[in-house]
Every structure is written in C-alpha cells, then in structure tokens.
Design a binder for this molecule. Structure first.
Ligand code: SF4
Length: 447
C-alpha cells in the first residue's frame, strides 16, 4: 500500500477489500501507535463511559481536573430515576498532592460525599497521574467502605495503561465486584448488556422484549441503579448489544454465575428482527418466538414501504463509518445496504478479529477497512473514496464538516434514538436530510 499520509507502523491496521476475503490479515485489538494521534479515547474514558450511566452512582475522578471534564455530561444516557450520574466529582490533584501523595485528598472527597449524600455506590477512577505517584486507592476505598457501610469500588484506569478496551475491562471488573456479592433468587428473564440508554434506546429494546413476553431483570448500564444491578445474577440469559464493551462481563458472568449469553444488535431492520427471535430461541420459549416473528414481520413490512420512498434519494450515495465497536459497524453496513447506499470506508476503535472478518464479508471490493484510525487517515480515505457522509461520534464531526462532507452522530451525543424499528425511521430521515442538504453543493464549490 503506497500511502504518503499513512505511517509505516499503521499500514498493517488498514485493509483494502480484495476479491473474496483475505482471511483477515489486518492487525487489530492492539495499543495505539505512538504519535499516530488516534481517535480512540483513553483507558479511564473507556471505564467511565461504561459505568457512567448507573444513575445513582457517584463517580469520583482521582486526578487533575482535566480528566473529569473529559466525561462530564457528554453522554446522552437517559434516566427514569436519579440523575446523580450527570455530575462529576474530582479530587482536583495539584502539584503538592503529586509530590506528597493524593490519598488524603481522596479520603476527604469520599467522606464529604458520604456525609452529604449517604450514597450506596461510589466509583473511584485512578487516572494517569495516580498511576505514576502510586496512591493506594484500593486501601482508601476499602477503609471508606467499612467506615460508611457503602460500596466504594476502585477502578484502576490510568489512561496510559493500555487502550480503551482495557478501560472497558476495568469497568466490567468493577461491576463484577458489585454484583458478585449478591445472590438474588433465580427469575425468568434477561439482562441487557452493552446498551447505555442513549436517547432512550434501552426503553425501546425493553418495549420490544415486553411485546414478546420476555421480562428484563437488569440492564448494564443504561438506566440502571445499584438496586437493579444487584438483582442481575438471578437472570436466565444475558443479551449483549455492544460486545466490545461488555462481552468480557458476559464471559465472567457465564463462568462465575452460570448465566449463558448471546450477542445481539438492535440497529437496523434485519439485526433487530433476528435478535428478538434469537433471544426467544435461546430461552427455549416457543410462545415468545411466535410473538417475536409476528411482531418483527409486521414492523419489517411497514418499514419496507417507508424505505422504498427514500431509496430513490439515497441510491448510489457513499458512506464512511467510524464507530466505537464492531457490532455497530456491521449493523450500519447492512442498514446502508437496505437504503441503497454503499459503504466505502469502515473503521472501528475497538473491533476484534471476528468483527473485521464479518465486515470484510459484507463490503464491496476496494472498500477501505481501518482499525484505530486517526484524522489524517480518515481524511485521506474519505476523499479517495468520495464519501458523501460520515457516520461517527463527537470527535469525527468537525473533521467531516471541515471536509464538506455530511455527518451523522451515532455516538454519545445523539438526541434521538437510532435503535430498533423506530430508529430505522430516524436514521433514514437523518441520513437523507444530511446527505441531500443543498449546503454541500455550495461548500464543495468553494473548496
Ligand atoms: S489520558 Fe490520563 S490524563 Fe488524559 S484523560 Fe485519560 S486518565 Fe486523564
């Protein structure tokens, strides 16, 4: 691959789809290349985004104030109860703390919260500088848990200690520490893992499961709380939406609690329908399966007419996708296909080998597939492939606009749900409005 703007060390993370499949020789699931200015977030951020939606938890960021600002209220997770999670608490470490240690400051922060709010659950995130100075965060959390009879769980997540996937793992370990202390009665129903109730999407999934007669025991972590989480080990089955962030938790729950799991996706018609049917099959619930088939067939029928209307506007348009996990990229490729669009660039921050194998099998020849991309690469490949729209997150939006390319936010900040059958309508309308907006003609004439 002769690419002037691609660093030599990055070339093995990039693949041009050839005829057939390459057997997936591209590299992934590794730390970012130093100096490549990865679009990925750090370990702390990975942990924080998984735990943040727990609505009645306190999140203390043990580190300089800048780390706290990184995840303060930027995620569109909605709550049907508490809204404590929308606050961020920081120990605001300064130079003297870095020289003499920050444990006293952490103790004081936990005591202040304990005395003012009597919380059930506090997470303490150890950030880069704490990893460097070596504060004994475990000891402080243990002492505070005992003093105030509450759960204070350390999340060892210095940003430099790996990549965003390591942060996901740290968050899953923290959740296991919380739930493994409880043995609730077994009950019919599923836990939903890897959905964060962005714009209320968890409520849509719950509604679909309700329509098929499948109860939801607990959710990780969208619209969850301490009391709902500790019931989770009583469920029959775990369904995992964002596998990148939550497959490790599902693995641990299977090994240590005997709860099996299946991977699902509620993005797009095809994946939503097959997920609902597969959940009923995994539960061996024939009645639920029949209901799922009837419900999904009716919704699919309605949406085919809807899509037919939009397809003439969208046919032949080219999409670039850069999202967090592989499951979403796979669903988006299928969604664009059903809309008559072609995916020409597709990448993820934390995709695994099996995700990239599926991606490669779904896209056309010469599509560019990237792992852990940076802005220079995204710019180069979107221009080279003539992408009309980029689907990404908050960090990709300015890049698309600066290039005069339409953009759709499919990440933290989105304000309307994009999952399920309801989401297909919102997504199609948004893509149509963005990609066919006359503004691009004027901007591109200027560029
Ligand atoms: S990389 Fe380190 S300093 Fe930066 S936000 Fe992450 S934990 Fe904080």
């Amino acid at each position: 691959m002769e690419n002037a703007s691609v660093l030599d060390e990055r070339k093995e993370f990039i693949l041009y789809k050839q005829d057939g499949c390459s057997g997936n020789e591209m590299k992934c699931d590794a730390n970012s290349v130093s100096g490549a200015v990865s679009q990925r977030a750090c370990v702390y951020c990975g942990a924080r985004v998984v735990l943040n939606p727990i609505t009645d938890a306190f999140h203390i960021v043990h580190g300089p104030i800048g780390c706290a600002s990184y995840t303060w209220d930027i995620r569109g997770s909605l709550s049907s109860g508490d809204d404590l999670y929308r606050n961020s608490f920081s120990t605001d470490l300064r130079e003297p703390d870095i020289i003499f240690g920050g444990e006293k400051r952490l103790t004081a922060a936990i005591e202040e919260i304990a005395e003012k709010y009597q919380p059930k659950l506090i997470f303490v995130y150890a950030t880069c500088i704490v990893g460097v100075i070596g504060d004994d965060v475990n000891a402080v959390c243990k002492a505070m848990s005992e003093k105030y009879n509450m759960r204070v769980i350390p999340v060892k997540s210095p940003g430099f200690s790996g990549n965003k996937s390591v942060g996901y793992k740290m968050a899953c370990n923290a959740i296991m520490e919380l739930i493994s202390k409880h043995e609730p009665a077994k009950r019919k129903g599923v836990n939903i893992l890897g959905d964060f109730n962005l714009a209320g999407e968890m409520w849509i999934i719950k509604d679909y499961l309700n329509k098929t007669g499948i109860p939801v025991v607990s959710t990780f972590t969208g619209d969850s709380c301490h009391d709902s989480l500790i019931k989770s080990s009583g469920a029959e089955l775990n369904i995992v939406q964002c596998a990148g962030s939550s497959a490790y938790l599902a693995d641990r729950m299977e090994e240590e609690m005997g709860i099996p799991y299946i991977k699902v996706s509620f993005f797009g018609i095809e994946d939503t329908a097959s997920s609902l049917i597969r959940i009923a099959e995994a539960l061996k619930d024939e009645e639920a399966k029949q209901k799922a088939i009837e419900f999904t067939s009716a919704e699919t029928g309605k949406l085919q007419q809807f899509l037919a209307k939009y397809r003439k506007n969208l046919q032949g348009k080219k999409a670039a996708i850069y999202v967090g996990g592989g499951f979403k990229a796979i669903s988006l490729i299928r969604q664009f296909h059903s809309m008559g669009m072609e995916t020409v660039v597709v990448g993820t921050q934390t995709g695994k080998k099996d995700d990239y194998e599926i991606i490669e099998s779904l896209v056309n020849k010469d599509t560019v597939i990237l792992d852990d991309a940076n802005p220079a690469e995204l710019e180069k490949f979107m221009k080279e492939k003539g992408a009309d729209i980029l689907v990404g997150g908050v960090k990709e939006r300015p890049l698309a606009y600066k290039l005069g390319i339409a953009f759709c936010d499919h990440n933290h900040e989105r304000k309307h749900p994009l999952c399920g059958f309801d989401g297909v309508v919102n997504f199609t309308e948004e893509i149509n409005r963005s990609v066919n907006n006359p503004v691009w003609r004027y901007i591109n004439a200027e560029l």
